[in-house]
Design a protein. Structure first.
Length: 475
């Protein structure tokens, strides 16, 4: 009986059930911990609490802070230093190439080496400001802004993914509930029929094999009910997981989702507005920003600088040791103002190579953007075709259900009149339970495909509008 049922899931709502597979469940029937959600409430709750959404929002904040960090490069720089030391003064004439190991010594070169030491001190302030930079710092800010745009687009994509996953999980719970209800009704029908068959067998109006077959059909119906209940618990566990409520019992409200699905689909969002396309476009802009930085890199650097400093020494100008606390504080001061210009002449080769790398990266991201648009266009067409097919199925399942109910009633009447076999009744009952499941799942399949179309467009607004219109129509 459920072979066709499983086939339907594969062709209709298999995507929904896959979201729930592999999830363990520990059902707790605690009424104090039960939360009831409509579909809109479930999506809103998930968007506020799901960790991936919160993480994406924090990345946006980090990217915004990155813009502020890039703008600090426009500020002047002021460095202060204070130093006190005790050292010898065995200076020597000669050159030492710049390094950070050997400390420089100022003053005359003594005639003899001595182990005597004296106090020394130094304090200073260096102010440095870059008045113009040929657009280099602006390019850095642009790159930080491009990173923020990418983080924002990725956050929107994460929100869309979580919303669609929540919709699918919610519809999965509804589908599992309807399947369980159909299985329960099937068990009740078979129990009633089993009692009627036993009466006929006890009165020797039917063969004993009919009683065995009726009992077997009832047992199979109970097995199918147990499986349906198991799947329902698994689907509820998947929904509680995505809502971030692992220790809470969750119930769903059917609302208008099981009513007549809407005829149309309001609105159409351009493919370029899909968060997937926006993320890829932001990557293109980020690559372009890196190229722009390199374009602004091979220019002279101008720095306006001023310095104020003082030094103290325990040695006199002739190199004689003065002793005591002489040199602990600066006693000679100087100031300076100037303009420094630096130009990395040979960096042009490295900059050219880096620019070639970043230009290739830019072209690669542009190609990925074009591919994303193609994929989204194909995804939208497939989703629309699937929606059209689901609508046609939903139009015919009520007819299937009515015919199945009539067939089951007639076969039971014919069996009691001796005109049909028990196999005919069992087949009609199997057909009825399948028709009940098909009818319920067909409507849910339309909603699931509406969500798929909305996901392909990158905007759930039309889906919510359809749900609202269906609710208004139900009233």
């Amino acid at each position: 009986m459920f072979a066709h049922h499983r086939g339907y899931w594969k062709t209709g709502l298999s995507v929904l059930l896959l979201l729930a597979m592999g999830t363990t469940v520990s059902a707790q029937s605690d009424p104090q911990k039960t939360k009831v959600f409509t579909l809109e409430e479930a999506v809103d709750f998930a968007l506020k609490n799901y960790p991936a959404v919160r993480a994406s929002l924090e990345r946006v904040k980090a990217a915004q802070a990155g813009i502020g960090l890039a703008r600090t490069n426009y500020l002047p720089r002021a460095d202060m230093v204070w130093q006190t030391n005790r050292a010898t003064d065995n200076n020597i004439t000669g050159l030492v190439l710049p390094q950070s190991i050997i400390a420089p010594i100022s003053g005359p070169v003594p005639m003899e080496t001595s182990s005597r030491s004296a106090w020394g001190s130094a304090a200073g302030l260096l102010f440095s400001w870059e008045p113009f930079d040929f657009g280099y710092r602006g390019a850095k800010v642009g790159a930080a802004r491009a990173a923020q745009n990418q983080a924002t687009a990725e956050a929107s994509l994460t929100r869309l993914d979580v919303a669609i996953a929540t919709v699918n999980a919610y519809l999965t719970v509804l589908a599992a509930q309807r399947t369980t209800q159909a299985a329960e009704a099937d068990v009740q029908r078979r129990q009633t029929f089993d009692k009627a068959v036993r009466v006929l067998v006890d009165n020797q109006l039917r063969a004993g094999a009919d009683a065995s077959r009726a009992e077997a059909e009832l047992a199979r119906a109970r097995v199918n009910l147990a499986r349906a209940q198991q799947q329902q618990k698994i689907s509820v566990a998947a929904l509680t997981d995505i809502l971030g409520l692992p220790d809470t019992s969750v119930e769903v409200q059917e609302s208008s989702l099981l009513g007549a699905p809407p005829e149309g689909f309001p609105g159409s969002t351009p493919i370029t507005s899909n968060p997937i396309a926006e993320v890829q476009h932001a990557r293109v802009e980020e690559a372009q920003a890196q190229v722009h930085i390199l374009d602004r890199s091979y220019y002279p650097k101008f720095y306006f600088q001023s310095s104020l400093y003082g030094r103290g020494s325990g040695w006199d100008p002739a190199g004689n040791f003065e002793g005591g606390t002489t040199g602990l504080g600066p006693d000679r001061s100087n100031w300076a103002v100037g303009l420094t210009v630096t130009f990395p002449v040979f960096d042009i080769f490295a900059i050219r190579s880096r620019k070639a790398v970043e230009s290739a990266n830019e072209r690669a991201e542009e190609a990925r953007y074009d591919q994303a648009l193609l994929d989204l266009t194909g995804q939208r067409r497939k989703a629309q075709a699937s929606l059209d097919g689901a609508r046609k199925v939903a139009e015919n399942t009520p007819l299937e259900l009515d015919a199945a109910r009539t067939t089951e009633t007639q076969e039971r009447a014919r069996y009691q009149a001796g005109l049909a076999t028990l196999v005919d009744v069992a087949d009609s009952q199997s057909f009825l339970v399948q028709a009940e499941i098909d009818d319920a799942l067909a409507r849910l399949a339309v909603w699931q495909n509406l969500a798929s179309v909305a996901a392909a467009q990158g905007d759930l607004g039309p889906f919510w509008q359809s749900l609202h219109d269906a609710a208004q129509g139900a009233k």
